[in-house]
Write a protein that binds this ligand. Structure first.
Ligand code: PLP
Length: 393
């Protein structure tokens, strides 16, 4: 409206892996709308084509359902896990967000004081109006296998699902510690709980097959969304045929008038076809840009004497300005303890003045896309540098 221009480093919270208005995707959706329409009201060939492609890049999925948002898909995944295991409880993690449904919306950015010292606590409702929900939901420290082991012991056979972002993207960007996901896999199996990977952010972002491909650990139920639609509202959850049986048989209800509509499926088909055809060069390019950007940020912050933590997993990147020198973050509490929220918002405002958009929420990652050229990244770094000089002044 004000005719300002910005270099976008948030990319609509992550879906825009191919940038704004990628022509191959727009052309596919327009063709669908003009030639075939937005939806039929029952499954069609497109549903199968997209499902087959999802299965190709996520081998842990044999059957899947389409939904309209990550929130819906996670809520359905939790319902499915409860029905399949006939158990009530879910384990969630500090700093992890899984949408705003009553099934899982906990105060994921609670203060460290509110979280207290107990290793396992009942989830705090994420908003007023939840009537005590999320029910039978507990919160544990992430990236800590012994905390999860203790929690599973204490909840003693009542846990239906352990639900996590396998790369944490809602409290900065935090990678799983080496071996952590393997330990989680082992523990969930031992305790008969299903492992749900919420790959709404990491799916098709850190690798085509998400964190489960990158780290070689398969979940029982997988949820994907953002990059799947490249900017169109689609999500999916899937699992083995066995785990999906309660949905196949109708014991578990999942619906939605717009779930799996042809418009968003045509977008997903374009995205997946592109990834399956050119995946190697797409991710090599994204990772190279991410290295260029994070190395540039590191160099500049160090040169300017600004304490900071830059972390990234592929083109998911976080920058925290810290109060003192810190080696890195491995969980939400460390981010809370060390990251300086006031200086971050000061930086965010000053960057806006220089035509760079990062999200005002300090926990929100930056995302690079295939549309960010090396020149764009260099330009972004120049503008960051200019901004830092200004703030220091
Ligand atoms: C990891 C994760 N899960 C679930 C969701 C909810 O998705 P939606 O906003 O599409 O409902 C989000 C949204 O950002 C997310 O980051």
């Amino acid at each position: 409206m004000d005719e300002n221009e910005y270099l976008d480093l948030n990319m609509a919270y992550g879906p825009l892996l191919f940038g704004h208005r990628p022509q191959f995707l727009i052309a596919r959706v327009v063709h669908q709308l003009q030639e075939k329409g937005s939806q039929l009201g029952f499954p069609q060939e497109l549903n199968f084509l997209v499902a087959e492609k999802v299965k190709q890049i996520f081998p842990s999925i044999q059957l899947l359902r389409f939904a309209n948002s990550g929130t819906e898909a996670v809520a359905s995944a939790v319902r499915l896990a409860r029905a399949f295991t006939r158990r009530p409880s879910v384990i969630l993690f500090e700093g992890h967000y899984h949408g705003w449904s009553d099934a899982v919306f906990h105060r994921y950015h609670a203060s460290v004081e509110a979280l207290g010292d107990e290793a396992l606590v009942a989830a705090i409702p994420g908003t007023d109006g939840m009537n005590g929900a999320p029910y039978d939901a507990y919160v544990v420290r992430w990236n800590d296998a012994s905390a999860l082991s203790d929690a599973l012991d204490r909840l003693d056979g009542s846990v239906a699902a352990v639900v996590m972002e396998p790369v944490m993207g809602n409290a900065g960007v935090i990678a799983p510690r080496p071996g952590y996901l393997d330990a989680v896999r082992r523990l969930t199996r031992q305790h008969g709980a299903l492992l749900v990977f919420d790959e709404v952010i990491s799916g098709m972002r850190v690798a085509p097959g998400g964190a489960q491909e990158l780290y070689g650990v398969a979940s029982d139920i997988t949820v994907i969304s953002k990059v799947l639609g490249g900017g169109f509202p689609i999500a999916a959850f899937g699992a083995s045929e066995e785990i999906m049986q309660p949905i196949v048989s109708g014991q578990v209800f999942h619906g939605g008038v717009y779930s799996g509509n042809a418009m968003v499926l045509s977008a997903a088909d374009a995205v997946l076809t592109h990834l399956l055809t050119d995946g190697e060069s797409i991710y090599a390019g994204l990772n190279a840009r991410a290295e260029q950007f994070t190395a540039g940020l590191e160099e500049m912050m160090t040169r300017c004497g600004v304490p900071h933590v830059v972390q990234h997993v592929g083109p998911m990147i976080s920058l925290a300005l810290t109060r003192t020198d810190v080696a890195g973050f491995s969980d939400y509490r460390e981010v809370c303890r060390h990251a300086d929220a006031e200086r971050y918002i000061q930086l965010q405002h000053a960057l806006l003045d220089r035509g760079v958009y990062i999200h005002p929420n300090r926990f929100e990652p930056m995302y690079l896309s295939t549309a960010h050229s090396p020149q764009d990244v260099a330009e972004a770094l120049d503008r960051f540098d200019d901004t830092l000089q200004h703030i220091r002044g």
